[in-house]
Design a protein around this ligand. Structure first.
Ligand SMILES: NC(=O)c1ccc[n+]([C@@H]2O[C@H](COP(=O)([O-])OP(=O)(O)OC[C@H]3O[C@@H](n4cnc5c(N)ncnc54)[C@H](OP(=O)(O)O)[C@@H]3O)[C@@H](O)[C@H]2O)c1
Length: 271
């Protein structure tokens, strides 16, 4: 019987690339994201290539919706083998410019979204004494990133969630792993939140990230999808993706210098 993977944030970017890769390895794919039309398009692409895919529109910030999504997936496929927590948003600006609503957007999606899915699926995994949880984190969850404070806060929390669950659940037959990419070429700017000291500062921040995303050398969604696949296949605890290794090691060896560089890079008109 084919294995089943449930992927949040599966309508585009890293989640979509991961859906295609798991489908190509014979998995049934359950896709979750908010916008039903986009999600269904991805599911249809998978079905068109002969794979089983089910789109379940879900806002991961809402525990009732996540519970219902997991229940529907279990009704359809009988069991779930792998959960890929991936739905997330980017948020950038000086710390004092974020409203509490901005903070909630970041943490409710990037952290609570992951907790909701784990909370809903863990009883199923424990009953089977099997299952894999993959949390797509970020280099911003290993290296503190100034001017990305709500994002880095959410991703450091995801790192803690991943590492502590890994330790607790390994003896119970459940594998938990973390994936830590650097900036990746996706359309994350569509839903990113930017705040600034003024219009100039805001524009400068937006322009910097869109230029960075357009740089041909940065890694692609497929690179992260491969990291997710390898983590599941080879039971890796953590995969730091490509160039993120350099950032992690530099920050370990020369934290003051790295933090100075990051501050200068993301300071813009905040002086
Ligand atoms: N791209 C990067 O540079 C980068 C670097 C490091 C880590 N990451 C992490 O990788 C993950 C995916 O990033 P990406 O670049 O692929 O992002 P993306 O292109 O913006 O895609 C985000 C996906 O998440 C869904 N989503 C957002 N909010 C949601 C919510 N509340 N409920 C359910 N689904 C939601 C989106 O669909 P809807 O809007 O329709 O819901 C979409 O499918 C994130 O966790 C991100 O932090 C990305």
């Amino acid at each position: 019987m084919a294995s089943t993977v449930l992927i949040t944030g599966a309508s585009q970017g890293i989640g979509k690339a991961t859906s295609h890769l798991f489908a190509s390895h014979g998995y049934n794919v359950v896709l979750a994201a908010r916008q039903a039309d986009r999600l269904e398009t991805t599911a249809q692409e998978l079905r068109a290539t002969g794979h089983s895919a089910t789109a379940i529109p879900t806002d991961v910030r809402q525990p009732d919706q996540v519970n219902l999504m997991v229940q529907k997936a279990l009704d359809q496929y009988g069991s779930i083998d792998v959960l890929v927590n991936n739905a997330g948003i980017y948020i950038s600006g000086p710390a004092e410019e974020f409203s509490l609503e901005d903070w909630h957007q970041a943490i409710d999606t990037n952290l609570w979204g992951y907790i909701h899915a784990i909370h809903a699926l863990l009883p199923h995994f424990l009953a089977r004494q099997a299952g894999t949880i993959v949390n797509v984190g970020s280099i911003g969850g290993i290296v503190p990133i100034p001017y990305l404070t709500p994002y880095s806060t959410s991703k450091f929390a995801v790192t803690g969630l991943t590492r502590s669950l890994h330790s607790e659940l390994a003896p119970k037959g459940i594998h938990v792993c973390g994936i830590y990419p650097n900036i990746i070429k996706t359309n994350f700017l569509e839903r990113a939140i930017f705040r600034g000291k003024n219009a100039d500062d805001l524009r400068s921040r937006q322009n910097q990230v869109s230029q960075l995303v357009d740089t041909p050398v940065i890694e692609k969604a497929d690179d992260v999808a491969k990291a997710v696949w390898n983590a599941v296949k080879h039971k890796r605890d953590e995969v730091v993706v490509g160039s993120a290794n350099l950032s992690a090691v530099s920050n370990q060896l020369l934290p003051n210098l790295v933090q100075w560089v990051l501050r200068k890079t993301f300071q813009h008109k905040d002086s």
